[in-house]
Each structure stands twice: as structure tokens, then as C-alpha cells.
Design a protein around this ligand. Structure first.
Ligand code: MTE
Ligand code: MO
Length: 329
């Protein structure tokens, strides 16, 4: 299910050019995917991603594309899988692709605990089985002021939440990344971050239809550097909320202490909604550098304006009614 409601970002004049651009990119991707097959073999993702390449996927991708603005081109697969933040594998943008090759995303189980009626440990196949995989093309905005457009494959987080039957007392959901220092060189240093990487959402944010748990990109199983086999995507928030390689989901009454807030509370909050009006203490958040756009950007476009809630204000704005959007949370 894509978000079908008519939005300002759907402006009809945006529909013709981007679609043809996108179709060209699909052609390009068919070639790129063939080249990349070796890389996917290690992910052994067939069991996780059965439906993503179905006939409906292509139409859904086209619809998703129309939701974006004229200048939002889907980022190249090379950029999405080669320019990453995943500190468990190192702090340089090229480290995750270089160092994640020996990480084993299968078999994979997720522990579900806290305030829910159906806690337990569940294999990823069983967690996904009740749900239909969907294509979602979203903007991705890192707090470091770069961005991409990523064609995800995933399931609505709200449906996964429902499956575990949170109690009325549950107000938040927390996610943890796996700890496996023998496969994740960054985790051998406690100075990089306190492990495990933890993130969370308010339960009503988790239940918003834009939030997904992603298992793929460009119709292919997630690569290790992108958070295989399961990662969060909440596209109206800064990228660090999108916790990778999830092994634990907890329902809590208290707001979880997310890793970057613990690391630097003066710089990173819990909500971390994309907000061009509130600068990071060390840099402006008013603009961003788009990565992996096939376009040659003009000088004026070399940096683009960052959009409130990353362009999803109409969809998610009501979640924050009454909050002061001129300060950082
Ligand atoms: N476990 C974990 N999850 C993480 C990170 C990380 O370092 N560790 N980095 C975050 C940040 S800052 C960003 S911008 C996105 C990057 O996702 P991508 O590399 O798939 O584009 O992942 C987020 N999730
Ligand atoms: Mo980020």
C-alpha cells in the first residue's frame, strides 16, 4: 500500500519527466543488478524476499516515484550501497561496504519483549510471513546534511507492531542492532559508540503508515552495509533513527535512550525530525547535498533546500501538533 491521498508533492506537472527518467533508471538497474549478483549470493535472501520482484512491484515503484518532486531522482544503486553510515563496520563512508562482506544475515531471529501480549523469539521468515512486501521510494536525509532517494522494499511497521499486540501501557517501541564484534570490526572499539546501537519511536510514530521495516532496496535483498536483513525506515526523521540489522524489538512505557542522544545530548535528540529551521550546533540544516543523483546538478542545485519533515509534513505533521518546531528534540 502506498499512501494514496493526494499531496502537495504530487503536483501533476511533476509526473511526466520523472517517470521517463525513472524508467531509464530501471533499465540501467537491470544491468547493474546482473553485475551485482555475486554480492547478493552471500546474503542468501531468497527466503526473505519472495514477492518483491512480482509484477505489482514495478507499478508500485512508478506510483511511489510520482510522490516525489521533479528534481528527486532515485539515487544510484552504487551510491546507496557504497556510501553508508554503519559504525559497527567503521566510521568512513566506504567502510561498511568494504568490511561487511563476512557478516552473516541468515539465519536471523528477533527477540520481542516488553509490554506486549505476544513476546518471544521469532525467525525473520515468520515475522514477515503474514505481511505483503511493498515498494516505497523515500527521501533519506542524514543529520550530516546529505541525502539520497532510496527505493525500499519492506513491510509497514504498524502491521508488525499489531502482530505482537502491544499493551495499552506501551507508549514507545525500541530497536536494537545485533552485537557481533567478531564480524563487526567497529564493535571491537567501545570508543566509537556504546553497543548495541539502540533507536526508538513513539508508538504512534511507529504506527504511521510511512514507517516501514525494510528488507530490500531496488527489489533486491538488503546488502549487509544497508542493514541486512531487517532495518527501520522512518523517512521524515534524520537517518540515524533508521536502526540497522535489528535483533530486538521492545515495547516500553519510558522513552528509550537512543544511541546518538546518549553520545551527544546537545546535538541529537529522541525525535530527530528533519527540520531545516533548527541547525545542528556545528552546521546548518537548511540545505543538503544530494548523493547519487544521475543528473548533472546545476550550480544552483549543488545543494538543495531541506524540506520540513523531509517533505512529509502533510503526512506526519499532526503527530507533532503542539510541539515547538523552532527547537530541537
Ligand atoms: N546499527 C546502526 N544503524 C544505523 C547507523 C549505524 O551506525 N549503526 N547509522 C545510521 C545513519 S547515521 C544513517 S544516515 C543510516 C544510513 O543508512 P544507509 O547506509 O543504508 O544509507 O543508517 C542509520 N542506522
Ligand atoms: Mo545519518
Amino acid at each position: 500500500m502506498l499512501i494514496h491521498a493526494k499531496k502537495a508533492s504530487d503536483a501533476a506537472s511533476h509526473e511526466i519527466t520523472p517517470e521517463s527518467v525513472y524508467l531509464n533508471r530501471r533499465g540501467f538497474m537491470a544491468g547493474a543488478a546482473a553485475v551485482a549478483v555475486g554480492g547478493f549470493a552471500g546474503n542468501a535472501g531468497a527466503a526473505v524476499l519472495p514477492a518483491a520482484n512480482g509484477a505489482g512491484a514495478f507499478e508500485n515503484l512508478k506510483q511511489g516515484y510520482r510522490k516525489l518532486g521533479e528534481k528527486d531522482q532515485v539515487s544510484t544503486y552504487e551510491a546507496i550501497s557504497g556510501y553508508n553510515n554503519y559504525y559497527e563496520f567503521g566510521t568512513s563512508k566506504s567502510d561498511p561496504a568494504a568490511n561487511a562482506k563476512n557478516f552473516k544475515p541468515m539465519p536471523w531471529t528477533i527477540k520481542v519483549d516488553g509490554l506486549c501480549a505476544k513476546p518471544g523469539t521469532i525467525a525473520i521468515e515468520d515475522l514477515l510471513k503474514p505481511h505483503t512486501l511493498e515498494d516505497r521510494i523515500y527521501r533519506h536525509r542524514c543529520v550530516e546534511a546529505w541525502s539520497m532517494v532510496i527505493p525500499w522494499v519492506g513491510v509497514p511497521l504498524a502491521e508488525v507492531v499489531k502482530q505482537f499486540e502491544p499493551l495499552g501501557s506501551a507508549k514507545y517501541i525500541a530497536f536494537e542492532t545485533i552485537v557481533r564484534p567478531e564480524e563487526m570490526p567497529g564493535q571491537r572499539s567501545a570508543r566509537i559508540l556504546p553497543w548495541p546501537y539502540i533507536e526508538g519511536l513513539r508508538l504512534d510514530e511507529a504506527n504511521h503508515p510511512l514507517a516501514i521495516l525494510a528488507v530490500g532496496i531496488y527489489g533486491k535483498t538488503l546488502l549487509n552495509q544497508n542493514g541486512a536483513p531487517l532495518r527501520l525506515v522512518a523517512p521524515w526523521k534524520y537517518g540515524f533513527k533508521n536502526v540497522k540489522s535489528i535483533v530486538r524489538i521492545s515495547f516500553t512505557e519510558q522513552q528509550p535512550k537512543n544511541t546518538w542522544q546518549v553520545m551527544a545530548p546537545d546535538e541529537y535528540g529522541f525525535y530527530a525530525n528533519v527540520n531545516p529551521h533548527v541547525d545542528h550546533p556545528r552546521w546548518s540544516q537548511a540545505t543538503e547535498r544530494r548523493i547519487g543523483s544521475g543528473n548533472v546538478l546545476s550550480a544552483f542545485e549543488a545543494r538543495r533546500t531541506t524540506l520540513m519533515f523531509n517533505g512529509y509534513q502533510e503526512e506526519v505533521g499532526q503527530l507533532y501538533a503542539g510541539m515547538d518546531l523552532t527547537r530541537y528534540y
